[in-house]
Design a protein around this ligand. Sequence first.
Ligand code: AMP
Length: 402
Amino acid sequence: MNATRVLVLNSGSSSVKYQLIDMRDATRLAVGLVERIGEQTSRFKHTCLTSGDTRELDGPIADHDAALKAVAEELARDGLGLDSPELAAIGHRVVHGGMFFTEPTVVDDAVLHEIERLIPVAPLHNPANLTGIRTAMALRPDLPQVAVFDTAFHTTMPESAARYAIDTKIADRHRVRRYGFHGTSHAYVSRATAHLLGKAPEDVNVIVLHLGNGASASAVRGGRCVDTSMGLTPLEGLVMGTRSGDLDPAVIFHLQRVGGMSMDEIDTLLNKRSGLFGLCGDNDMREIQRRMEAGDEEARLAFEIYVHRLKKYIGAYYAVLGTVDAVAFTAGVGENAAFVREAAVEGLAGLGLAVDGARNAVRGDEPRLVSPEGARVAVAVVPTDEEMEIATQTYALVGKNS
Ligand code: AMP
């Protein structure tokens, strides 16, 4: 293929993140972010990595159409315009692909329709992702647009892990099941962990802990996901920055019946005012660490609840997998917070899990082992790269089809 560049677009409800990558050598040519779309105070930061130029623009950007046009203009100023014959495809992050999309998919009308049909199970994300795709299609109708789904990696989960124990007919009618999210990250990190161990992904079992503001764990057997902690929505599972993770569903009835809260209020409570933030008023792990060091008991308890849940998932996925080759930490907290990694495996020597203090303290951008030499189970830090994974999957698909 002569066209070797892929533009990766991650369209949120009020933001667009992008990266232009040359797939010949996985070089990033440009990166940027448009924020607060639709407000008077929109912000646009674009960096051309070939020249090192960064440009920041403040001022209203009305909608995604205007945002993408602004992105296209900035890329063109750097000689990287969307009309370049070197652009092979645009890869879009799509949060919810349901059970239908098990792989990256070239977008056509039927695909758009199916992503639209999934809006009821992803009301915050899929509409924004669709807007991004439609806008990009209007800008370059001739170019392959590829949807890469956050849920796809988890479609290999067996029914025993994917189903909730509720009435099957009702579950099927309303598509209630465990889909999982962050799949692009879990796929990338589980594969990179195998490479770090010098093995093929098919030959290792990995527990991936994606700990960012959103957080999820997955159990990956031989490169295929067999369980993950997020469910119908990204609310289930680990304690997160602002989401509660697991709780007795009866808490919701109780808050409605006894607390007099509306469903929307409870939704906001569990998604936006819970987790670390709900427990101590901070969702940034750096701030929680600072407060703990200053003797703040509220921050300490929030951290202990966070770590307790994390340990339960490590234990659960150990049991699901039977044998584990590695536990891999990734995302903002997992990659940077050595004290979280240490606390998560503390007391788990019986499972073969431990960190080496000196190794764990090393910071860096490269995948690395933090377990002691010769440990039965490797503990690894593997920086995630969802954009590169989306670009890789997009390019592979377009290459296959061309
Ligand atoms: P992400 O969602 O992957 O971008 O992760 C964002 C979160 O990572 C922030 O909310 C912080 O809690 C956490 N984080 C980022 N840098 C650090 C750090 N140096 N130490 C501890 N936590 C960090």
